[in-house]
Design a protein around this ligand. Structure first.
Ligand SMILES: [Zn+2]
Ligand SMILES: [Zn+2]
Length: 238
């Protein structure tokens, strides 16, 4: 698979940055999904030229930093018409936010349940976050990609992450800012998660603009020396 980073911030974008957005394509190029579409991710999706090729959108949850650009995307689709509505896999709650997407005729809303999209098999696991949120796994081309969504530590999320070829993890907090009731992992905990679940690779994301991503990377590398950080425009082959 080919992963393109479209956004790496949360819960708001850094200057010139973008929130959660990840384009995932099969090796053949025949299957293409967008995971999350936060503030600024749509502009980077347009730069990638992939809007016309999208087979589905997967939203880990309905916080605005993960879904807000799906609202103007309906206008973009008016100028890039599709034969069929674009399937969107999203949590059922918060209902007012989901209703915004359901009212757009260009989208075909589905719950976050196991699904096959072209060559990709999608699976979901509830994450630990203040709203209904899912970790997302995609199996394709003999590899397994896992995205934690937004989450704090959770035994079932850890089990779900087991053996990822690439683990994309929510490093929304520094170790100093983390606490057990926080809505996010710390970067150090992402490193521990990758180590404990024998991930082949770890990519940190969801950088708060107030934090230094390189400092967070160092925190994660204490536990998982091969950790990398998601950088907008970077492409990773899984
Ligand atoms: Zn977030
Ligand atoms: Zn969130």
């Amino acid at each position: 698979m080919k992963l393109t980073i479209l956004g790496n911030n949360g819960p708001y974008p850094a200057p010139g940055g973008a929130c959660s957005g990840y384009l995932l394509e099969s090796d053949s190029g025949d299957t293409c999904i967008l995971i999350d579409c936060g503030t600024g991710a749509l502009a980077n999706l347009m730069a990638s030229g992939a809007l016309d090729r999208l087979d589905a959108v997967v939203l880990s949850h309905l916080h605005y930093d993960h879904m807000s650009d799906l609202l103007p995307m309906q206008y973009a689709i008016q100028f890039h018409p599709r034969k069929h509505p674009l399937p969107v896999y999203a949590p059922l709650t918060p209902e007012p936010v989901r209703a915004l997407l359901e009212s757009a005729p260009c989208y075909d809303l589905w719950p976050c349940e196991d699904a096959t999209v072209g060559e990709m098999k999608l699976s979901f696991n509830p994450a630990r976050h203040p709203v209904e949120t899912f970790a997302v796994a995609v199996r394709c081309d003999g590899a397994r990609f896992v995205f934690t969504g937004d989450s704090n530590t959770d035994a079932l999320v850890e089990l779900f992450c087991e053996g990822a070829d690439l683990l994309l993890a929510d490093a929304g907090l520094s170790a100093a800012d983390w606490k057990p009731t926080a809505p996010h992992y710390s970067a150090a905990l992402c490193g521990q998660l990758a180590k404990n679940t024998r991930a082949k690779r770890l990519l940190l994301t969801h950088f708060n603009p107030k934090d230094d991503p390189d400092a967070l990377l160092q925190e994660a590398r204490e536990f998982f020396p091969a950790a990398e950080r998601a950088v907008i425009g970077d492409i990773h082959y899984i």
